[in-house]
Structure formats: structure tokens, C-alpha cells
Ligand binder design. Sequence first.
Ligand SMILES: C[S@@+](CC[C@H](N)C(=O)[O-])C[C@H]1O[C@@H](n2cnc3c(N)ncnc32)[C@H](O)[C@@H]1O
Length: 256
Amino acid sequence: MNLYNIRKLCGMLHTTKIAEKVSCSNKQRFSSSLVSCDIRRFIVENTEIVGEDTLTPEIKLRLLTPNCRFWHAKPELWPLPEPYWAIYWPGGQALTRYLLNNPGVAEGKQVLDLGSGCGASAIAASLCGASHVVANDIDNVSAIATIINCELNGIGPVECLTDNMIGSQPKRYDLILLGDMFYDEVLADGLHRWLDSCINTHGTTVLIGDPGRASFEEHGIKRLLRQIAEFELPKLVQRENYGLTCSTVWRYHPRL
Ligand SMILES: C[S@@+](CC[C@H](N)C(=O)[O-])C[C@H]1O[C@@H](n2cnc3c(N)ncnc32)[C@H](O)[C@@H]1O
């Protein structure tokens, strides 16, 4: 497994072959059958604590780095579903930086970080004094990584949910955070419809972080966004992300 494979998979999810999908769902079953203390140990033994080289050095995260043994191993040796949670994606980095720079955005709010991955944006919301934080990711390994990362940052665990909320009856959240969630057309379409129903029902504020991926730039939601911040990515993040230089935070302003 190396970063190239993870990123390539993320950018090309919609073209994934059936065989790859089958092996991935087998791994999903494998991770479901592992008890959380096994996964916890696996994460601690196979990741490194990172912070300095990201947009949010004040937040420490356990991530997959070149110092980890699986970084250099063959991808098929990785025993879990694709480790999106082990990467701090540029969209999430910008969104998290924006929250930390503007603590009033999350303070006192009910916050949902959807597609939370490593949990960085949820952790930032908690550090800013959100009244309740939910980290939602369909990968149950992400939930365990998020709890570990909460501990690393000296906060109590945020609530971690692993059901697919997209398309469900919207619950009351004041703020929904989406870091790098527009990498797949089908996912983005479903998300767009569901965000409209969240805003319609509860007047939820929606913030999106994205480094300008083609799938995001070309999506219909793009013309309904207002830019609220832009950050130059640290050099290491730029190198790891094949030339992406900036990451932007947008507020979704639909005409409903
Ligand atoms: C590119 S990663 C972004 C992670 C994090 N937001 C960040 O910026 O570092 C996308 C994440 O979305 C999760 N995901 C994909 N589909 C989802 C869904 N329907 N509901 C919740 N999470 C989902 C994946 O498991 C993955 O962790």
C-alpha cells in the first residue's frame, strides 16, 4: 500500500472494476469481524503520529506515512478496507484550518462531520466548543481511528456513527462539514440532494473543503457555493497530492 494507490483509488472509485469491489467488500466483512481492540492495536502498530507538516499542526493524527511498514508493502497485503482514514485529505485540512481560525463557527453548535476519515474536522469542532459532534463514516475502522485521534488531542471521544446517512431522514444539525467528499459522481449527486433536504428541514449550514478536484469543479453544486477561505497547502502535502497547491472552503448556498 502506498499513497499513490490510495489517491488513485479515491479519484477513480466510479471506474472500479467489479473484481476489486468484491475484494473490497470481503475486506469490509473482515474488518467487521475483527473486534475493535484488534483494530485499535493494528492502527497503533501500523501508523505514525503526524501533525507538523499539515495545515493544522496543532492537531495530532495517526496516519499512514513512509515510516510505516505497509507504506512499502504490496497493496494486497493490506488486511482492511481502503484506508481513507489513514490520510489527512487536502479538503479536510482546509476545512479544519478554517474551523480553528474561526472558532465561533462551531462553538455551541450540533456538528456533523460526514465522511470524517481520520476525524480531524470533528476534532476541530470539538476543540472549538461545539455542543455535540458526530463523526460519520461508513468505514468502521475510521470510527476507531477517530476515537484514537480524539485521545491524542486530549478531548473526549466524539460520537462515531457508521451508517450511511445520505438519503436518510435529516436529523437536526446546525453545521455539516464535508472534507474532500466530492470525489465520486454518484456519491456527490446523492450528497447534493440530501444536503438540500437537510437545509430545507433544519436550516443547516453546510461547509465544504476541496482542493479543486475535477469531479468537484464539474459538479452542479459548484455554482451554488460561496468561497469563504483558501489556504496554500504545505509543500509536503502538495508533493503527496500530485501538484495540488491550494485547498478551498466553500459555503453551500442553494436557492431552495
Ligand atoms: C477522501 S476521504 C475524506 C476524509 C476526511 N473528510 C478528510 O478530508 O481527511 C472520504 C471519506 O468518506 C467516506 N465515505 C464515503 N462514502 C460515504 C458515505 N456515504 N457516508 C459517510 N462516509 C462516506 C470514506 O470512507 C472516506 O473516509
